[in-house]
Design a protein around this ligand. Structure first.
Ligand SMILES: [Zn+2]
Length: 406
């Protein structure tokens, strides 16, 4: 076997394609394989599939392939255009690359494997290509995998927002809470995003009428969208978002009080916001001491722990009664930010209580959130919304994005 035959076999080339020339340039650290077909070869029409069409003309193309050890490897071939009686002149598809790509399928498979593990800029540096070319490959395969999704089983949806850039440009993430993955990601955080999601669902085998539970934050926009476009769904307000509002209320009380009790409250912010079990021994000792002080922050903190117990009560009726009593006590406490929190609960009562029936939360989405933060880091420097969205799909969508290569 000569080296042309060897490379033909290694590439898995089929008739009439064969490696006809192998050039290795040690100085350039580059291997070039020229692939060609014998004179008189005939090809199938890429449009209608008709076999045996004669070659009309050819166009010379080059693709980057997997490295040959530490050397960059390139394939070059003259790609024929065939003359089909039905479709006129069409360029044939080569088996080693997709149309309009400068990479072979195997090389693209490598790119997709790498971008799941490291930032795009690092992938680009590692393989010696520009970020732009890498992003183009990523978008092609992510778009393809997103479109190929089959959503007929989607019954419980989670909606969450995430900021693309600091404090501006939001994207909305729609998740299948049972499959625990993001299925639809889009720009904005208004009710139109829910409409888009409902259309996407219907276009991918799902049914709006089958979505019976939605978990979301208390934003008016998502609420209006869910009521309008997912009309069969019961809405649960996500317990983690609710808890975030409570934490903000406690922090507001602490900040106001710290102006008078600077010595006591300095540097204690996280003591009041973390769960007691997540504190270090030293932090717990410090907290225990503070709890003896006659502070509003202490009262607010104790209220917050009792609020958490609402989620631990098994019986929905007992839980509702418990929360009503808690609210009545808070409203008599004089703690302004906490009282405002109880008003928010009252305004969203059904969706707060719904948790005791649905037991759905976006805890999954919070888990996704750490993945999304990773996605942000991976898209660093190229954080257009489109890149950001592609990365969310890639890390949180469990999509099988990449070329099908054997
Ligand atoms: Zn044809």
């Amino acid at each position: 076997m000569n080296d042309s035959e060897l490379f033909s076999r290694a590439l898995g080339l089929q008739e009439p394609w064969q490696v006809v020339d192998v050039r290795f340039d040690a100085e350039q650290r580059r291997l070039d394989l020229r692939i060609d077909f014998p004179k008189g070869s005939r090809f199938a029409c890429p449009q209608c599939g008709r076999e045996g069409c004669p070659v009309h003309d050819t166009e010379l193309k080059t693709w980057r392939h997997l490295n040959f050890f530490e050397h960059q490897a390139y394939l070059t071939a003259r790609v024929p255009r065939v003359l089909c009686p039905e479709d006129e002149v069409k360029q044939v598809e080569v088996p080693w690359a997709r149309e309009r790509s400068g990479f072979t399928l195997l090389f693209e498979a490598l790119v997709m494997a790498l971008v799941k593990e490291m930032p795009v800029a690092a992938v680009a540096a590692l393989i010696g290509e520009t970020d732009m070319r890498i992003w183009r490959v990523v978008h092609h395969y992510v778009d393809e995998a997103v479109e190929a999704q089959e959503l007929s089983g989607l019954e419980r949806a989670g909606i969450d927002e995430t900021s693309a850039k600091r404090g501006q440009d939001y994207v909305s993430v729609f998740a299948d809470l049972d499959e625990r993955r993001a299925v639809y990601v889009t720009e904005g955080r208004d009710q139109r995003t829910v409409q888009e999601f409902s259309c996407f669902l219907e276009c991918h085998g799902g049914e709006v009428a089958k979505v019976t539970e939605v978990c979301q934050d208390m934003s008016e926009a998502y609420l209006a969208g869910s009521l309008k476009y997912l009309p069969q769904a019961e809405i649960t307000f996500d317990r983690y978002h609710i808890r975030k509002h409570l934490s903000e209320a406690i922090d507001e009380i602490r900040r106001a009080e710290a102006k008078q009790h600077r010595q006591l409250l300095k540097g204690t912010r996280y003591l009041w916001l973390k769960r007691p079990a997540n504190l270090t021994a030293r932090q717990q000792d410090l907290l225990d001491e503070l709890l003896h002080q006659p502070l509003d922050t202490v009262r607010a903190y104790e209220f917050s722990l009792r609020f958490d117990d609402f989620y631990g009560i098994e019986d929905p009726g007992a839980a509702e009664e418990y929360l009503r009593r808690w609210i009545a006590e808070v409203q008599g406490s004089g703690l302004g930010p906490l009282i405002r929190f109880t008003r928010m609960l009252e305004d969203h009562w059904l969706g707060v209580m719904r948790w005791h029936h649905s037991r759905v939360s976006n805890g999954l989405l919070e888990g996704l959130n750490s993945l999304i933060q990773a996605a942000k880091r991976r898209a660093r420097g190229y954080r257009t919304n489109r890149n950001y969205i592609a990365m969310i799909y890639l890390v949180a969508g469990k999509l099988n994005a990449g070329p099908a290569v054997v």
